[in-house]
Design a protein around this ligand. Structure first.
Ligand SMILES: *Cc1c(COP(=O)(O)O)cnc(C)c1O
Length: 442
């Protein structure tokens, strides 16, 4: 459980062992499960991934914001090993166990607001979102759901309908679920110059009132910072204005914090950065359990209790090992300096990315919060998306042992989600590789 925190390249990437594994893989693994980089990982620790050829890569993506706490975090590994040797499964709805309750205690304390909160656990982010839809519908007696342009909520049938991008998430997989309505998002980089958060919210509210009717809406789902959509941070005032409208109309406000939550932005939840924003429910997954499959819905007790007994659950949801991992992660966030570290990482990223933007006008926008930062690539002097340059830049980083991820409706965003245990030195080294890539493609 230790690995020198150093980038080491012994072979070209992918190396020969990875290539052999890739040959085996394509024979037996569905082509529908794509892979961004065909480098097979054998072990990982902190912010370093080691591959089958002995190469060591800097992880700037955390498996899409999952290992926020770092790879093979020692407390988490110990908690999982202890738990798995004692009790692997009962099904909480058959016979309960304490770790589930402890995880719910930690999550309800972490969620914003001083009102009474309750939680329930599931396996994946999409499953948490689906359950939040069920809960909101039961609590309100209404059916309709509002989501936003550029949103991403998952890959199940219902969440696929809630995503903005048809391809690759939905094309050919229909019919999609009904009663889902897509409203315009606040996207400061692409909205009319100077449009405020309040104005963008009014645009969305007008649309929903005409198209759906406030009285028909069970819930509004929004990512306080959009993940797959390209780390779009809505203009200040957008979330709070929407929230007031929801409260005035009996609509459940759901913050999908699957990507932005759990210390990523320098707070438990990105929702807390917007003054006057008070979501009724929050969905969590990715960063909550360091890679063990755990997700949850947390929020107002009276809404969470609206579902009848037996209405929520699932065989594996909140399994003993998953909740033990969740407890190990949340206890560290509750007691350590993790939020401060996320903000520090954010400062380093922002400073260097802003500097790069001065030299390379291909960077149209730098945005994000804490350790959730992104650059949007455009044709210089325009706002035209530049997906080709994005692909090239990604390739350069991957070939040089830096794992970065793309995002964005227009496939022109590079997002940075490093584990919070990354050293300043490694972070700068990864950014040096990125800078060399920008010099090469510009
Ligand atoms: C990843 C993601 C999901 C889906 O989570 P899965 O665990 O992949 O099902 C939902 N919402 C947001 C905001 C996400 O980033």
């Amino acid at each position: 459980m230790s690995l020198e925190q150093k980038r080491i390249l012994l072979t070209p990437l992918p190396g020969p062992e990875s290539a052999k594994l890739q040959d085996r893989r394509v024979e037996v693994v569905s082509a529908g499960v794509g892979t961004m980089l065909p480098i097979f990982i054998t072990e990982a620790h902190g912010a370093i991934l080691k591959d089958a050829d002995g190469n060591q890569l800097i992880d700037m993506g955390s498996g899409i914001g999952v290992v926020t706490i770092g790879h093979t975090n020692p407390q988490l590994v110990e908690a999982v090993q202890n738990q798995v040797a004692k009790l692997t499964h009962t099904l909480f709805t058959v016979a309960p166990y304490e770790a589930y309750v402890r995880a719910a205690e930690l999550l309800t304390q972490a969620a914003p607001g001083s009102h009474k909160k309750k939680a329930a656990f599931f396996n994946s982010g999409a499953e948490a979102v689906e359950n939040a839809v069920k809960i909101a519908r039961k609590a309100t007696g209404r059916t309709e759901i509002a989501v936003f342009d550029h949103a991403y909520h998952g890959r199940t049938n219902l969440t696929m309908a809630m995503n903005f991008k048809a391809h690759p998430y939905g094309t050919g997989f229909g019919p999609l679920a009904g009663s889902v309505h897509h409203a315009p998002m606040s996207y400061p980089y692409r909205d009319p110059e100077g449009m405020s958060g309040e104005e963008a919210a009014t645009r969305a509210i007008n649309y929903l009132e005409k198209r759906v009717g406030a009285s028909q809406l069970a819930a509004v789902f929004i990512e306080p910072i959009q993940g797959e959509g390209g780390f779009i941070v809505p203009a200040p005032g957008f979330l709070a204005t929407l929230d007031s409208w929801c409260k005035a109309n009996g609509i459940v406000m759901v913050a999908d914090e699957v990507q932005s939550g759990m210390a990523r932005t320098g707070a438990w939840f990105a929702s807390s950065w917007e003054e006057g924003y008070d979501p009724d429910l929050l969905t969590v997954a990715k960063g909550i359990a360091g890679g063990m499959p755990l997700s949850g819905v947390v929020g107002r007790a009276e809404i969470m209790d609206a579902a009848h007994a037996g209405g929520l659950g699932g065989t594996f949801g909140g399994s003993p090992t998953a909740v033990a991992a969740g407890v190990a992660v949340m206890e560290q966030y509750a007691s350590g300096n993790w939020f401060a570290r996320a903000l520090e990482i954010g400062e380093i990223l922002k400073t260097r990315l802003n500097e790069l933007q001065m030299s390379y006008p291909i960077i149209g926008d730098v945005r994000g919060k804490g350790a959730m930062q992104a650059i949007e690539l455009v044709i210089p002097q325009t706002q035209t998306p530049n997906p080709d340059a994005t692909t090239e830049l990604m390739k350069h980083c991957h070939q040089n042992g830096v794992v970065i991820l793309n995002a964005g409706t227009y496939n022109n965003v590079i997002r940075f989600l490093p584990p919070l245990v990354i050293t300043d030195e490694l972070l700068h080294e990864a950014l040096d590789v990125l800078a060399a890539g920008l010099a090469k493609i510009s």
